[in-house]
Design a protein around this ligand. Sequence first.
Ligand SMILES: [Fe+2]
Length: 398
Amino acid sequence: MAGTRRGFGAGPDSIRDGGKAGAPAFSKDGTLTVMQVADVQEGVDVRPETTMLLERALDACEPDLVVFTGDQLKGYSLSLRLSGEAGIRKTIADILRPVTDRGIPFAVTYGNHDCQAGLVNERLEEIYRELPGCMNAVFGDEGKEPGTFCVPIMASDGSGPAMAVWLADSGGDATMGGYEAFDPETTRWLVESATELDRSCAHRVPGILFQHIPMPDVYDCLREAAPGETGVPGYRTHYRPGQRLRLDERFAVEGEVGEVICCGNENTGEFDALVAQGDFFAAFFGHDHKNSFVARRRGMLLGYSPTASFSSYGPGLDRAVRVLRFSESDPRHPALGLLSYRDLVGEETTQPARDWMKTHMVTTVEEVLDKLPRLPRVSGPDVPGTASLPGDGAMASM
Ligand SMILES: [Fe+2]
């Protein structure tokens, strides 16, 4: 797990007071815009296309809060690792500059690659917090740990929190391949803190959660593709030879599955706990760079932002940021949108051949197997998973 786990913090006290000075608030017209940026995954030389996408998107949607959902850093980049803290600090500043130059509040959580650059998340948190507009909670005081905290959204009349934006560190790579399961203590902190926030405000405070790695429950929003339909294979324990999955129309809100759902190896009950708590109406993820769909299941939106990066694999010119526009009178039903490089900038990039390769590269063992000559079609609950697929962790750590 990235970073050192701490005990459940005193979060509700500061949340009750409205959080840090300058906390985001619904505007007088009762709207609030959040822009999610996923998997920037840049190294020491930030691609100008990534910066341009962020700049154009910020100017297009004028968000009240920008949420970075992990893997800001291309932690496996040798040049970044060799650059030391000074290089990491410069990279973070360069990535954030479109946001900080515009004076927009931002919040950050972490993915599986950030700490690979050579600094633990506690230190990364300190670096982010030095930048103007950082809303990350004071580590050990307001949040549970770096990347796990709450940003209260104040009512337009200043009367107190009208909504809450929660961020959670969803863990990192698992030792034996794949990804760590979501920490049950983080789930407990989210549930307890949200419940305490309700109690202190004397009303329910609707909450949206952002985290890097998707919940395994996303698979419950999919169905098996029919012959002739497109689909993607499952991942590890969700893999069935020959089976392809696509978004189930019963749960679809927008978009279609673009790549394998690379979730944790085990379902520790996060989704069930958040549904039962009742405040959480949405959870948005990154990590799967080509996924940008949104589904709704058991009253919760489950959705993605695709990668905003041109330094890692992604959906070509459809690299994008996600925009969520909330109404104070009904925050549980936000207007959803994507702002893509194609729409904001165009079809020109400085490295088209490299971008083509990163658009078409295969990133998981399951995709390799899916491209092999078709094996006998097998499905059903009795088919064993593939938890020990060789080399999986190395290929899938995007
Ligand atoms: Fe990731």
